[in-house]
Write a protein that binds this ligand. Structure first.
Ligand code: NI
Length: 391
């Protein structure tokens, strides 16, 4: 039996180390080694995948049952930390400002506790320490292996600085949005600023496109569906008296429903191309698809609720966000070849600065209870859920 006090101490120390040594997306080499070392100390099996960064641990239960997956993302952000913690970042300009250091430590704790409870565990649990969540596409690295092929249920969690330790946000349905990015290049004809009639002004065309794009939400999308479009960058010109030949704008579209995602892609292209055409210019639209929306399965959300109550945790309705998480790829039919039921909960980590803020903080006392809570979810009831979902 693992001594809980000792485990708590170890999880805190691991968390401090990860916080002090943040690594950006696709560069999580030391992080991966530290995770490996921790797991090996407890004799936990690591699957032999050829991943550049990140790894997949596995706990095989003594009883028959489903294959479950717990996703823990491991990357940090290019943010200069502004806290006074003794364990603040030692790497200039890099910081665990999204709580992924807490995700790693809680995931490690969960692996240890599941390993200890192998006799009670139905089926298998894969704990995925996933790289590059902040890039929106790190999950695809895991999906390049066959780690997800036999997975029946997927679980995800995220640090939540809007709630205190001991509060869990849970909701059935959509919790994060589909994330798409677009780049529109407007090609006009450059000329003297005093002789616009000699050219075609791509800045005027861009302004018309930006305005028209906002009509999609008000005129085309079902008014009951959350969706948004933001143009976040626009670049054109080099000086005050020259009309440039080209303007480039970039932005993001966030949707929950699949049909809206398809609609937006079609409308953005149509509006950009046809508006440009009306002005005698040309627009080229590049569409870069990110993760789909995360959808919480009802039975799984109910189990999270039940286990929270049994564990003495308070539950609140999880806030849905127009932010994204590449966790959604593990549920998605397109990437998985089938729909996989999943659930993604928010773990209160102490009310304070929001995620991605230079003073973001996770209270270390959340680590062991989170590991215990996640373990209870995976040990208890998952077999029943699996049976229900099979019917
Ligand atoms: Ni995050």
């Amino acid at each position: 039996m693992v001594d809980r006090k000792h485990l708590e101490e170890q999880l805190k120390n691991a968390f401090y180390w990860f916080h002090e040594n943040p690594e950006l997306s696709y560069e999580e080499y030391q992080t991966t080694e530290k995770i490996r070392e921790f797991l090996q100390n407890y004799g936990i099996e690591i699957l032999p995948y050829d991943l550049e960064t990140g790894l997949v641990a596995i706990v095989r239960g003594a009883k028959k049952g489903p294959v479950q997956m717990l996703r823990c993302d491991i990357d940090a952000l290019p943010i200069r930390e502004q806290t006074a913690f003794p364990y603040r970042s030692k790497k200039e300009g890099k910081m665990h400002a999204c709580g992924h250091d807490m995700h790693i430590a809680a995931g490690l704790g969960c692996a240890v506790l599941l390993q200890e409870n192998r006799e009670k565990l139905h089926g298998t649990v894969k704990i995925i320490f996933q790289p590059a969540e902040e890039s929106s596409l790190g999950a695809l690295k895991i999906l390049e292996t066959d780690a997800m092929q036999d997975v029946d249920l997927v679980w995800g969690f995220h640090a939540d600085p809007t709630n205190d330790v001991g509060v869990i946000g849970i909701r059935e349905g959509y919790v994060t949005a589909a994330v798409d990015r677009f780049v529109i290049t407007v090609k006009g004809i450059g000329c003297h600023g005093a002789h616009p009639d000699d050219g075609i002004d791509p800045i005027l065309v861009s302004a018309a496109i930006v305005q028209a794009l906002q009509s999609i939400i008000s005129r085309n999308v079902n008014a009951f569906h959350p969706a948004l479009l933001s143009v976040t960058r626009i670049h054109a010109g080099t000086t005050w008296n020259v009309i440039p030949p080209e303007a480039v704008m970039e932005g993001t579209v966030r949707t929950m429903e699949r049909e809206d995602r398809i609609l937006y892609e079609k409308k953005v292209k149509e509006i950009a191309e046809k508006t440009a055409q009306a002005y005698g210019a040309e627009a080229v639209v590049e569409w870069i698809a990110g993760p789909p929306a995360t959808y919480n399965n009802k039975q799984m959300a109910d189990l999270c609720e039940q286990k929270a109550k049994e564990h003495g945790l308070q539950t609140v309705p999880e806030e849905s966000s127009m932010g994204g998480d590449d966790f959604a790829f593990y549920e998605d039919e397109n990437t998985m070849g089938r729909k996989v039921p999943g659930c993604y909960v928010k773990i209160g980590t102490g009310a304070g600065c929001p995620i991605h803020h230079p003073s973001f903080e996770v209270k270390p006392e959340v680590l062991l209870p989170t590991a215990e809570y996640l373990t209870e979810i995976m040990l208890g009831g998952s077999l029943e859920i699996y049976k229900k979902l099979q019917q």
